[in-house]
Design a protein around this ligand. Structure first.
Ligand code: UD1
Length: 451
């Protein structure tokens, strides 16, 4: 039968995750800057589910609170699995289903590489029960999908499989989609007489086959279903995710001569004709416009950059940095909560924090906004077209008017009027012949000491 209409998701996350050796719940470990469980929640949302139930254990209150506080959707409910008696028992904990869905997607919270396209195929499949499978030469550990006449009829877990079954290389990806009306009865039929004394979710396949329920199979790549159980698994998932993100940006018209050295966040946005030199890192919340150049070894987080901006090399742009069209941020420059308007330049060795820099202003090498007095942060405002001489300290609060000049090496606080010059350095003194006299005096003293 074809099911159209409401899909919901159940995401299992009640496992202890002890092999992560961490106080942080397993599914809150991040891949490309986003917690694994949110990768799964987002993939389900993109596939069109109308509501999601997360299954956790009674001891995971922090996890539940974290998910509820950070989820981008309000259509989330929590279910508690009292004892971890297997994946089939975990799904039972989510009964009765909320929101009266037609079809349910069952997913694992530790599979950050699950793609929405794969889930879409599963919910759109016409079968009443759709499995997810993949072929691999290294099937060790996975449940094997047993087929008769090309149709799946049951799944046997690796630990329960005999030698012949272990030769099968069609593996169970774990996720499945099922006609919601059939789920409760199938779950009630599960038994735990197996190698792990657990109620296995995949056993519903054998039960469904006995009832002549139509069983379908969607094939995916092995990495789509990769479950993360250890820190080395997490590192592997990160590598796979980074490769996907690099490919996405290349496909979108971003140039990278060494993409394998660049690290993106799940939410990084970069416009076409932008160019990223090697060894750049993108933290979360970066949106880069078109034709932007980011030179090597730059680190960006929470940055908005308009068309034609130039950044780096070795720039550190922190959250709240906004760069207008054609603005330039050069080497060894750090910015934070800084609005740097069109064509303004901060080219060398500066710290610009809690600041507004107007259009076309030039900030000389070594300029520092002294924004923090040990208790509070203070604001620096620099008007359009102002020129800040090198090695200046701007002791906030500072307000420098449009077109004003600040003499190099000045310490400026308070107000500087538009188009005026402000400087605080001591006047230049020169003493003719002083160096000659000094050297004579010193060498005589050395001779007297017998040096
Ligand atoms: C599962 C499948 C296996 C498949 C593999 C694909 C079962 C029995 N086996 O094995 O056929 O090849 O996925 O990766 O389903 N969980 C709970 N409560 C529990 C037990 C598990 O919530 O009582 C959650 C875990 O937190 C985890 C997910 O279910 O997120 C999967 O459990 P896990 O034990 O890792 O299953 P696999 O061994 O991967």
């Amino acid at each position: 039968m074809t099911i159209s209409g409401k899909f919901s998701a159940i995401i299992l996350a009640a496992g202890k995750g002890t092999r992560m050796k961490s106080d942080i719940p397993k599914v809150l470990h991040k891949v490309a800057g986003l917690e694994m469980i949110f990768h799964v929640i987002n993939a389900a949302q993109s596939a069109g589910v109308s509501s999601t139930t997360i299954v956790t254990s009674p001891f995971q209150e922090d996890l539940r609170n974290n998910i509820l506080a950070n989820a981008q959707t309000e259509k989330l409910t929590m279910a508690i699995q009292e004892d971890q008696l297997g994946t089939g028992d975990a799904v039972k904990a989510a009964m009765p289903l909320s929101g009266a869905p037609d079809k349910v997607l069952i997913l694992f919270g530790d599979t950050p590489l699950m793609r929405p396209e794969v889930l879409k195929q599963m919910v759109e499949d016409s079968a009443d029960l759709t499995l997810l499978g993949f072929n691999t030469d290294t099937p060790e550990g996975y449940g094997r999908i047993i087929c008769e006449d090309g149709k799946p009829v049951s799944i046997v877990e690796h630990k329960d499989a005999d030698a012949a079954t272990r030769q099968i290389n069609l593996c169970n990806g774990g996720a499945l989609a099922i006609n919601a009306a059939l789920l409760p009865d199938l779950l009630n039929g599960l038994e735990n007489n197996n190698a792990q004394s657990e109620y296995y979710l995949p056993d519903i396949v054998g039960l469904a086959n006995k009832q002549n329920i139509n069983i379908g199979l969607v094939r995916c790549q092995k990495e789509d279903t990769m479950g993360v159980d250890t820190k080395s698994g997490l590192a592997k998932a990160e590598t796979l995710m980074q490769n996907r993100l690099r490919q996405k940006h290349l496909d979108n018209g971003v140039s990278m001569i060494a993409p394998e050295t660049i690290y993106f966040s799940h939410d990084t946005e970069i416009g076409p004709d932008s160019s990223i030199e090697p060894h750049c890192i993108f933290g979360i919340g970066v949106k880069i416009g078109a034709a932007v150049t980011i030179k090597g070894f730059s680190h960006l987080e929470g940055v908005l950059a308009e068309t034609g901006v130039q950044i780096g090399p070795y720039a550190r742009l922190r959250p709240g940095t906004q760069l207008g069209t054609g603005a330039k941020i050069g080497n060894f420059v750090e910015t934070k909560k800084a609005q740097i308007k069109d064509y303004a330049k901060v080219n060398h060795l500066s710290y610009i924090g809690d600041a507004y820099i107007g259009e076309g202003a030039n900030i000389g090498a070594g300029t520092i906004t002294c924004n923090y007095d040990g208790y509070d942060k203070h604001f620096t405002n620099i008007g359009a077209g102002a020129f800040i001489g090198s090695n200046s300290s701007l002791i906030a609060p500072v307000n420098i008017g449009e077109g004003a000049y600040i003499g190099s090496s000045s310490s400026i606080s308070g107000e500087v009027e538009a188009d005026s010059l402000a400087l605080t350095r001591a006047p230049l003194r020169k003493i003719d012949g002083w160096a000659v006299k000094f050297r004579m005096k010193k060498s005589k003293a050395s001779e007297a000491k017998g040096d």
